[in-house]
Each structure stands twice: as structure tokens, then as C-alpha cells.
Design a protein around this ligand. Structure first.
Ligand code: BGP
Length: 467
């Protein structure tokens, strides 16, 4: 794998559909989208982009678009329908076909083991709040390595342990929809990282011809002022958003300051066990997958209550996303920075800032940009073609900043646009589109490459020729 990887990414629940086909078991997201009143968009991933049936067409389109790699995730509940019991041959067969199709079209498969779709029976025992989930996850990972490890050179244990826990236990817009439950946030976050470390350790024992990492959403922390109070708040925000994960997976231990601060904030840390220490140390990753969308612009917050804001309604809402955590920090708003219709900042320079920060802290660690892109409302012309100039303009800037950081010595070796095709957006449904390829959700799920698909193809070609 000497070539720079240029590709795009998906996740099982968001694109596969076929939710009750091939003996797939129910997941936490099926349960949420079918039954919860908190599913504000009233849509689900039952059919999604129908990748379950159209995977061959999608993978061929990727290759035709000049891409040389494809990031996707495995649905745990296809491999082990109840999460803990029998292996499902139909699930193994499905992912064998996906992987073999990638290889047929010369695409490097980049596989994530867990991208949010927890099997329902495991969710029912408390999901990641329950330590037992770690043992079940390790077994599931071992099965994946056994069946697919010979052909998959890039594995990621978990997608975004931080953002996933944040939405599940602080914002409350992901199941189990707990709001501002910092105890559950810390506990599940700790278990997710411990699970990741154990899986990394298992993988390394096997001496397979690949690498293993983790995928993280990093938000480069920035402030308007540089006084003492602002700098202290910035350090806390950096621990909260980034370093509890990046330090732990790159160095093998949690930042000590984090324990002191969380204890002072009244968090019950009884889930931290002495015996876990060597596991974290032996679970250091081979690479970091970075999902980069935006930065965290913050200021100190010492008076007032802890609150969280999230725009889950897009253009019909005036809410800007953010959080206020007493004695830690609060989100600041910069009027000069444009925003998406969902209220998050459009700030492409965060790509460069974050990559330089990673280099400063973790040296030459191998990096893949595992997600980057922009969610949009989109309309197609009569033929189904979408002229997504805004996406092109933004991605161009992000990619320029990535290449600038690479020139300055950051060991970044791949870039994945989010997403390969239009798919289900967590809590935002099908209105928020990220794909390089349009999916006609109203009719026959037809695939029609957008303008950005051709632009990306050209960009890959130019960058490959120039080396
Ligand atoms: C990341 C997730 C993806 C994807 C993306 C866009 O956090 O890893 O699965 O969904 O964000 O987020 P959203 O669809 O909520 O806009």
C-alpha cells in the first residue's frame, strides 16, 4: 500500500437496508427508528440506499470514479444476529462478497467493526455502559478477523467513541437518549476504549498482513482570547473532545489530568480498574482514522447551568449546536464563520490545524482522513443530476489544507469523502445528503453520480500523476 489512498466511506446501518434479510438480527437503531417518539424525522434504515442488494453496482461506481479504496462497516448483527450466540453464515457470505468485489475492482477495503449499530440484546443489557459488552465485542471482532482478515489490510475498531457517547448520553439524540448524563458518558466512553484496546491486542496476536486503528472525530479547539482563563478552558475542552481518546490510543494511558478533573466534577470512576492499565498499553493503534468536519470554538464558562444544544431539524431551526459545561467551557460563536443549514461551522482550515496538532502530540503516527464532507439539501434536474458546487468548493479547501499539512511532514496517507452515495443520516434522515452519488430515495433508488463525483475523479487523477 504505497500509494496514497483516495476513496469514500459508508456505514452499515446508514446504507445497507435489508434490515431483516439474511438472518440479520435487530439493532439498537432498528429499535430506535421503529419505535421511539424521539425519532423526530420518522424515517429509518430499513431500506436505506439498499447497498445490501446493490453493493456490486456501488463498488464498481467507486472504482469508475477513480477511487482506490472503500471504507465500510460490518453490521455485528449480520455476523452474530443476537450479538453473543451463533455465527450467521449468510452474514459472513455477504461481507465476503463485498470484500471480494472491492478486490476485483482494485479497491483497498477499509473496514470498521463498530459504527453505532449495536445488536439489540446487547443494547438491552445496557450497551456500552455494561462491561460485559467488551467481551462480546472481542469475540465478534475475532470472528471477523478469522473470516476476513486475509483480505482486509485496514481495520478500525470503533467509529467515533467520543461523538457516539456524546450523542447517546449528553445530547440524547442517539439511543438510549440520555441527556446530560456525564456518568454514563464517561463509563461508556471508557468501556469503548477498553474494548478497542483489547481488539487491537487480539489482532496483533494473529500476525495478519494488515493494520489496525480507531476512527475518531477530532474537533480542533480554538479560542478568541489567550488569557489564562481561556487557555485553561481550552485545555479542558481539548480533553473533553479529543485527548481522552487520542492520548489513550496513541500513548496507552488516559491523561492524568482528566481523572483529577472528572473526579472534581463528581463523576463516579469506580468503573476504572487497575487491571485495565496493561490492556490500554498493549492496545496502542497502528493508525488514527480522523473524521474531520469542524473545529470546537470555545470560551470559559464558570457561572450558570450545564446545557446542550443541537440542531436536529436543519433549515427550519435557528438552533446552533453547542454545549455549556459549568467550570469547564462553553461553545463560542464566531459571526464571521459561515454555517451549514444544521448550524455547524464551515471552517476548512480546521483540517490543517488538527493535523498539525496531531503531529505535535503524536509525531509520525500514520493517519487516514476517514471522513470529510458536507451535508446539504439537494435538488436534482430532470435527469437526476445534481450540481453540488458548494460541496466541491468546500472539499477542495479541506483537501488543500490536508495536502499542505502533508507537505509539512504530517504522515497522512489517505482521504475518504463522506459519503460514497447518499444515505441515512443519523437523526437527520434522508434530507441531509452527503453523497458523491445521488440516490433517488423517492423512486427506484437509482444511482446518479453528482458533479462532485466527476470533480473528485479528476482531483484524484491529478494528484496521482503528480505523485
Ligand atoms: C459522523 C459519522 C457518520 C456520519 C457523519 C455525518 O459523525 O461517523 O456516520 O453520519 O458524521 O453526520 P450526520 O449524518 O449526523 O450529519
Amino acid at each position: 500500500m504505497n500509494k496514497f489512498l483516495w476513496g469514500s466511506a459508508t456505514a452499515s446501518y446508514q446504507c445497507e437496508g435489508g434490515w431483516n434479510e439474511g438472518n440479520r438480527g435487530e439493532t439498537q437503531w432498528d429499535n430506535f427508528s421503529h419505535h421511539s417518539a424521539l425519532n423526530i424525522n420518522h424515517v429509518n434504515g430499513d431500506v436505506a440506499s439498499d447497498f445490501y442488494h446493490k453493493y456490486e453496482e456501488d463498488i464498481k461506481l467507486l472504482a469508475d470514479g477513480g477511487q482506490n479504496t472503500f471504507r465500510f462497516s460490518i453490521a455485528w448483527s449480520r455476523i452474530i444476529p443476537d450479538g453473543v450466540g451463533e455465527i450467521n453464515p449468510a452474514g459472513i457470505e455477504f461481507y465476503n462478497k463485498v470484500i471480494d468485489t472491492c478486490l476485483k475492482y482494485h479497491l483497498v477495503p477499509n473496514v470498521t467493526l463498530f459504527h453505532y449499530d449495536l445488536p439489540k440484546p446487547i443494547y438491552d443489557i445496557g450497551g456500552w455502559e455494561n462491561r460485559k459488552t467488551i467481551t462480546y465485542f472481542v469475540r465478534y471482532a475475532q470472528i471477523c478477523f478469522k473470516y476476513f482478515g486475509d483480505r482486509v489490510p485496514l481495520w478500525s475498531t470503533i467509529n467515533e467513541p467520543n461523538y457516539y457517547s456524546y450523542c447517546s448520553y449528553i445530547v440524547g439524540n442517539y439511543p438510549p437518549n440520555k441527556k446530560l448524563d456525564f456518568n454514563a458518558f464517561c463509563k461508556s466512553g471508557y468501556h469503548l476504549l477498553l474494548a478497542s484496546a483489547r481488539v487491537v491486542r487480539e489482532y496483533k496476536k494473529l500476525n495478519l498482513p494488515g493494520r489496525i486503528g480507531i476512527v475518531i472525530d477530532t474537533s480542533n479547539v480554538q479560542t478568541k482570547r489567550s488569557d489564562d482563563l481561556s487557555m485553561k478552558a481550552a485545555r479542558k475542552a481539548d480533553l473533553f473532545y479529543n485527548k481522552w481518546v487520542t492520548d489513550t490510543v496513541c500513548k496507552g494511558y488516559f491523561p492524568q489530568q482528566l481523572f483529577t478533573l472528572t473526579k472534581d466534577s463528581g463523576i463516579d470512576l469506580s468503573f476504572v480498574k487497575k487491571a485495565d492499565k496493561p490492556i490500554f498499553m498493549s492496545g496502542i493503534v497502528d493508525f488514527l482514522g480522523l473524521n474531520i468536519y469542524s473545529r470546537a470554538f470555545i470560551k470559559p464558562y464558570t457561572e450558570g447551568k450545564t446545557e446542550v444544544f443541537m440542531n436536529n431539524k436543519g433549515k427550519n431551526s435557528k438552533v446552533k449546536e453547542g454545549i455549556k459545561i459549568k467550570d469547564w467551557f462553553e461553545t463560542d460563536y464566531d459571526p464571521d464563520i459561515p454555517r451549514t443549514k444544521w448550524g455547524s461551522e464551515l471552517y476548512p482550515k480546521c483540517m490543517y490545524d488538527e493535523l498539525m496538532d496531531i503531529k505535535k502530540n503524536y509525531g509520525n503516527i500514520l493517519i487516514y482522513i476517514t471522513e470529510n464532507g458536507i451535508g446539504e439539501y439537494e435538488t436534482a434536474d430532470k435527469t437526476g443530476y445534481v450540481v453540488d458546487d458548494e460541496r466541491i468548493e468546500i472539499m477542495k479547501k479541506y483537501i488543500c489544507y490536508m495536502l499542505k499539512a502533508k507537505k509539512e511532514g504530517v504522515n497522512v496517507q489517505g482521504y475518504y469523502a463522506w459519503s460514497t452515495m447518499d444515505l441515512y443520516s443519523w437523526v437527520n434522515g434522508y434530507e441531509k445528503r452527503y453523497g458523491l452519488i445521488r440516490v433517488d430515495f423517492d423512486h427506484d433508488l437509482k444511482r446518479i453520480p453528482k458533479k462532485s463525483y466527476f470533480w473528485y475523479k479528476n482531483l484524484i487523477l491529478q494528484n496521482t500523476e503528480e505523485g
